[in-house]
Design a protein around this ligand. Structure first.
Ligand code: FMN
Length: 200
């Protein structure tokens, strides 16, 4: 349990990756984590396109927009692009609204299963969906929801305490700082407005 909480604490969005290929068995475990996620009414409208081929990756990369607050400083540098993608699809013949909860649950499962295997990730909704549809030959009945970029991490972002701005930023060493609201500011105990004691 402790290990699992540590994994959650360790997770940060990664946008710089090593040029190291991801084995198929690792990617399949990541997709398996998506498949097994909770699903409203157990309808399971999601499908996953795993992109591993270098040529297809090269075409997908320009369809993605990275780290809007600091653009272009957050873009993966040449040679540090993702080495795989999971494209999350919604079969709209199964569910055409209310699928966002399923996507959220599957995406976080995917992100944590990737991390447990040493992979960094960036979940992206700033995606040129028309281009992705064409590149991957995705039929119209599928909505392209989002893309999870994957690869072995080549940066170490740090969490810092929120002091009024949610904007992440890069320091002079290129380290990404990610402000997070304090636990006591987002948790209410037993009734609204009653706060838990801060951890010693
Ligand atoms: C639904 C969702 C969509 C996101 N879309 C993008 C995106 O299009 N581009 C990007 O660079 N990061 C994207 N992110 C990553 C967020 O910027 C990141 O989660 C946030 O800055 C907090 O950092 P952390 O993940 O390290 O906690 C997205 C995250 C979520 C949850």
């Amino acid at each position: 349990m402790q290990d699992f909480l540590q994994l959650i604490r360790k997770r940060r969005t990664i946008r710089q990756f090593k040029a190291e290929e991801i084995p198929d068995r690792v990617l399949l475990k990541v997709a398996e984590a998506g498949r097994l996620a909770p699903s409203a009414a157990n309808l399971q409208p999601l499908e996953f396109v795993l992109v591993k081929d270098a040529e297809v990756r090269r075409k997908i990369f320009p369809c993605l927009r990275w780290a809007a607050y600091i653009s272009p400083a957050g873009d993966p540098k040449p040679g540090h692009e993702p080495t795989a993608y999971v494209v999350i699809l919604v079969n709209q013949e199964i569910r055409d609204k209310g699928f966002e909860y399923d996507v959220g649950a599957a995406a976080e499962n995917i992100i944590l299963a990737a991390l447990a295997q040493g992979l960094g990730s960036c979940w992206l909704i700033s995606v040129d969906r028309e281009m992705v549809r064409e590149i991957l030959a995705i039929p119209d009945r599928y909505r392209i929801d989002s893309v999870i970029a994957l690869g072995y991490p080549d940066e170490n972002p740090v969490v810092e305490e929120f002091t009024g701005s949610v904007k992440y930023w890069k320091d002079e060493h290129g380290t990404l700082h990610v402000p997070k609201r304090k636990l006591e500011s987002v948790v209410h105990l037993n009734r609204f407005g009653q706060r838990p004691e801060p951890e010693a």
